[in-house]
Design a protein around this ligand. Sequence first.
Ligand SMILES: N[C@@H](CCC(=O)N[C@@H](CS)C(=O)NCC(=O)O)C(=O)O
Length: 207
Amino acid sequence: MLKIWGRCNSINVQKVLWCCAELALPFERIDAGMKFGVNNTPEYRTMNPNGLVPTINDDGFVLWESHAIVRYLARKNGLGSLCPADAQQHADADRWMDWYATTVWPNLQPIFWNLVRTAPEQRNLPLVADLTKKVAAAMDLLNSHLANHSYVTGETFTMGDIPLGCALARWLNLPVERPAHAHLDAYYQRLQHRDAYRQWVNVLPLT
Ligand SMILES: N[C@@H](CCC(=O)N[C@@H](CS)C(=O)NCC(=O)O)C(=O)O
């Protein structure tokens, strides 16, 4: 059976868990990272020399990097649905996954860490204020895109929605001032109708 190492409150682990639930894939999850440790043991580093989560083992095939894992599982188990079969649609899904990694998360991650995982007296609030503007600008772009699309690649849910859906669950629940984004809110509502999203991403507290 597919094995997944990683704690449930890691955004990168959540992408993989959400993906598995969309595909109705059975898996065994082993807590790892932060308070659980495991990720710095020599055994774990043999699988993933970064010492980060998630890592999977699929019948002996070991893989790390959350987007690579999502792409692999979607291609293997959801070609033509979660993983678009058409080359252009596939590239479109890839584009949004990469956009999350290059444009959204590098700015959102420090906001999240400062406001959720750092003691109040140690927070870098000027940085939070600066990055909040950058994330808002990125979300502006996504909001405009979603004015004409139900999901990032069009009318069907694909792997392209997974990283951004995880980011939205954080962005829309952080105590920061956000511009009104009606299409983004509607998209978030659509995602919340998905059992897999509610189960693995959206119900977990931001801790
Ligand atoms: N690019 C990697 C990043 C993995 C990563 O940064 N994981 C974090 C959790 S979100 C981690 O392992 N942190 C150390 C820990 O949890 O102890 C991926 O997408 O999988």
